[in-house]
Design a protein around this ligand. Structure first.
Ligand SMILES: [Fe+2]
Length: 507
């Protein structure tokens, strides 16, 4: 368990924690920060004003005993509780939340989440977190709003388009990277400057591993977080990462796999259609076939501020061996709901239920290795689901053990370090494939293709620079201290702020 907190100064700060057991609390342990950082941002693309952040601290608590309540305290601040995963694998509840922002609607969603029973063991946040949108002090107000929930329910986050934040140096995801420690430890974080065309939703950043895409396990459940806004085409680290996570998961121990990403591939909403946003189309083109073969139960996304659930589907074909795709971007941000369904009269056979009139979130109850129930919980329904589905784990309907289909030129060594494997794999590709412009989705409009062609020509020098930066990053000495991904992680973060002032300016 990682605890992350913010301080106004760089003075020493620690976490004290102990196991609560009736009448016999354990001795106190102390966790010292392993990562202390502050960031300064000057004006840049979509950065409105200069900003100096608080000091952020992250400390790892543990080893922790399963099925236990722990209390922790940062310095002399408020005490908080959290519960670890039970020895019995089931039941286990995981909450999913998207595009939450910091409005009064967001506040209601957080309140409902805090009160929900059974208490989720973890929350997965599907990106577009603070809606700071260049006013970076709004990251701080968002964190204070979210503190009550996430100081006691471990949260994992993934990046959305509102996290891209390209500052004047060309670095992206600046606030996101500094505020959320990497949850995976299988490979070093690799970052290089780039740009983001908001009109086309096309990013050319390198932001690989770290908190960009990673995986962790919650007892019998593996959660894979992906990044819509970095490359997923052949030869990319994200594609290799996903292939390996699916191929190397021991399903006798971890039978369930769910995936989170920001932008949905299956949505009938008028906004953010997968065939008109370049990053989304590329993400889908690079990864959908891999997911289809992986025995994945659910794929969650936000981005569209509405709720929609698909039937089990792969490449638009219904198939109960495939994932159910769920859009749950109705967390409550200031851009409000998207209740617009222009294809209302067009029957999409994979669309099972949709609703753009309610804010809320959802939970999955895992009952056994075979059965799980998803529930969508609008805020004004007193915890009653407005939509739900019970599924059978598609893994048991899809792949016999050890028969997962791999790329023909490449075999996984599940014990090896992924970055070495990616580099080895890249060697099979043409020299300019790795950092070339992305594979375009199959349905991208011809106008977009033309624009991208021009775009790529103009940015040839930038791309060459990025390629050089990538090689420097791989050689970074920090690489040698990382361990591989075979460890079971229960890493999620709790974030707590000593400040207690209420935000007065909720938008
Ligand atoms: Fe978004």
């Amino acid at each position: 368990m990682i605890v992350t907190w913010a301080m106004n100064s760089s003075s020493s700060s620690v976490v004290r924690y102990w196991r609560r057991k009736l009448g016999e609390d354990s001795d106190e342990s102390i966790a010292f920060p392993y990562w202390i950082r502050q960031y300064n941002v000057s004006q840049g693309v979509r950065i409105v004003h200069d900003y100096v952040s608080p000091w952020f601290y992250s400390a790892k608590l543990g080893p922790l005993q399963k099925g236990s309540f722990y209390e922790y305290q940062i310095d002399n601040g408020t005490r908080h509780f959290f519960e670890t995963i039970s020895e019995e694998k089931y039941p286990i509840t995981v909450a999913i939340l998207g595009d939450v922002g910091q409005t009064n609607f967001s506040k209601e969603t957080f309140n409902e989440l805090e009160q929900y029973e059974p208490r989720p063991k973890s929350v997965l946040l599907l990106g577009d977190l603070s809606y700071a949108d260049g006013e970076l002090d709004r990251w701080d107000s968002y964190e204070r709003l979210a503190e009550k929930a996430f100081a006691e329910i471990p949260v994992a986050v993934l990046p959305g388009n509102h996290e891209c934040e390209v500052d004047s140096t060309g670095n992206a995801f600046t606030s996101y990277r500094n505020r959320y420690p990497p949850s995976g430890i299988e490979a070093p974080e690799i970052i290089a400057p780039g740009n983001f065309d908001y009109s086309e939703y096309d990013a050319i950043f390198h932001y690989d591993f770290g908190a960009s895409f990673y995986a962790y396990t919650l007892g019998p459940v593996k959660v894979i977080a992906l990044n819509t806004y970095v490359r997923a085409n052949a030869g990319s680290r994200q594609q290799a990462f996903l292939e390996r996570e699916l191929a190397c998961t021991d399903r006798s121990v971890t039978p369930w796999i769910i995936i989170g990403m920001h932008a949905p591939w299956y949505s009938t909403n008028a906004k953010h259609r997968a065939d008109t946003e370049l990053n989304t189309a590329n993400h889908r083109a690079g990864l959908e076939d891999i997911i289809a073969q992986g025995g994945v139960a659910f794929v969650f996304a936000g981005h569209v501020h509405a709720y929609e659930r698909s039937h089990a589907v792969c490449q638009n074909e219904l198939d109960n061996k495939c994932p159910v795709y769920i859009t749950v971007g109705d967390g409550g941000n200031r851009e409000l709901l998207y209740d617009a369904w222009p294809f209302a009269n067009k029957y999409e056979p994979w669309s099972a239920y949709r609703n753009g009139t309610r804010y809320g979130f959802g939970v999955i109850d895992f009952h056994s290795d075979y059965r799980a129930t998803w529930k969508w919980l609008p805020n004004d329904f007193n915890g009653e689901p407005r939509d739900s589905i019970e599924i059978t784990n598609p893994y048991f309907a899809t792949v016999p053990e050890q028969s997962f289909s791999l790329s023909p030129e490449f075999t996984f060594d599940c014990q090896a370090n992924l970055v070495h494997e990616v580099n080895r794999r890249a060697a099979f590709s043409s020299a300019n494939n790795y950092d070339s412009t992305p594979d375009k989705g199959k349905s991208i409009k011809s106008r977009q293709m033309l624009l991208i062609g021009i775009f790529c020509c103009l940015l040839f020098i930038v791309i060459a620079t990025t390629f050089h930066a990538f090689h420097n990053a791989v050689d970074h000495p920090h690489f040698s201290v990382l361990t591989n991904s075979e460890l079971e992680l229960v890493p999620s973060s709790t974030t707590t702020y000593p400040k207690s002032e209420q935000e007065s300016a909720l938008v």
